[in-house]
Design a protein around this ligand. Structure first.
Ligand code: OGA
Ligand code: NI
Length: 338
């Protein structure tokens, strides 16, 4: 428990040695905010939205959505809930704490394997499955007392939004209706908590990565998220009550690289803690799912770029690569390119 950044960082005057990133992995002096990220209003005309989403996925692999159906009240309540959760005394968090990222509901710190990391990330994360609700909610924290009820309601609303957007992406790509229903059985959440850091230029909240799932929805109200665009890191401006939507690797494969999957990271700040509430949709790792470019997209003028992949193999490779100490060689997709 002593490992959680939030348990020891309050008031520290300098960044401990094992949180100082090597120079090439530090946030850099000056990162501009990307002003071109599309903001899509889900209350507009559907055919218009489908085109906007498609364009955003082709150009950025990321966009923000507003008027998405998850109420402002629900978003505000969940924010308060997670502030309360991370501010609880250590004893109240013990039931979900683990020294490593693991299966089920876990509160862990930094990356996937703390003990093997050369340098740690300045973050604590609570992570758990969400769907089906009855299966997962008994493993969720029982404090604050309203956790299961409130998060249970949030999960359902985010799911509706998630499938609506996946359907529209499918429509934009010309796929059969409901195409993604077969690939997106799993819904899970990671709530990342980044306490204030005495020197944000030395540390990193979460290092550069691309999500290994289909699609991710991120609720935030403070700056910290950055994307890699044309070889440069750029900031994402938080918009009140919006979700940041970013595509995972699997959509890049399924779309035969017609859509992008953006590399992103999270930086810290010295003034206030930041919490991001993140929902992931993707295949159920327990099922033998094959991921491959959709047949309808592969044509003689757009030949298949990726091999068919067993999702479990893909995820095992991805995790092995993330866990590997030292500089990364290649991306998890490299072995699957034809
Ligand atoms: C993630 C992620 C970014 C953030 O959890 O996959 O990219 O801002 N989080 O917390
Ligand atoms: Ni991510």
């Amino acid at each position: 428990m002593a490992l959680l950044v939030s348990s020891w960082s309050n008031g520290v005057q300098s960044v401990p040695q094992d949180y100082i990133m090597p120079p090439e992995k530090r946030p850099g002096d000056f990162v501009t905010v990307c002003k071109d990220i599309p903001v899509i209003n889900l209350q507009n005309d559907r055919s218009e939205i489908v085109q906007q989403i498609l364009k955003a996925c082709q150009e950025f692999g990321l966009f923000q959505v507003i008027n998405h159906g998850v109420s402002e009240e629900m978003m505000a309540d969940i924010r308060v809930l997670y502030d309360e959760f991370f501010n609880m005394p250590i004893e109240d968090k013990l039931s979900v704490y683990s020294e490593n990222f693991g299966k089920g509901c876990t509160l862990y710190t930094s990356g996937l394997n703390y003990a093997k990391e050369d340098v740690h990330f300045w973050k604590d994360t609570l992570k758990h499955g969400c769907h089906p609700l009855e299966e997962h909610s008994p493993s969720w924290p029982d404090k604050p007392a309203r956790y299961r009820e409130e998060v249970g309601r949030y999960v359902v609303e985010v799911r509706k939004m998630g499938f609506k957007i996946l359907d529209m992406i499918g429509e934009g790509l010309g796929l059969t209706e409901g195409y993604f229903a077969g690939v997106s059985q799993e819904q899970s959440m990671a709530i990342n908590h980044y306490p204030p850091c005495p020197d944000p230029s030395l540390a990193m909240g979460i290092g550069g990565h691309t999500d290994p799932n289909l699609i991710t929805f991120l609720q935030q109200d403070q700056y910290g998220l950055q994307i890699q665009k044309d070889g440069k890191w750029m900031g994402i401006d938080p918009i009140p009550n919006a979700f940041v939507v970013n595509l995972g690797y699997l959509l890049k494969i399924i779309s035969n690289e017609k859509l992008k999957s953006v590399e992103h990271r999270g930086v810290t700040n010295s003034i206030a803690s930041r919490t991001s509430i993140v929902t992931f949709f993707g295949p159920n790792p327990g099922l033998p799912i094959i991921i491959e470019p959709a047949k309808k997209i592969v044509t003689s003028s757009s030949p298949q770029i990726f091999k068919s992949i067993q999702y479990n193999d893909f995820i095992a490779n991805y995790l092995a690569l993330l866990r590997k100490p030292g500089p990364r060689n290649g991306t998890p997709l490299d072995p699957y390119r034809l």
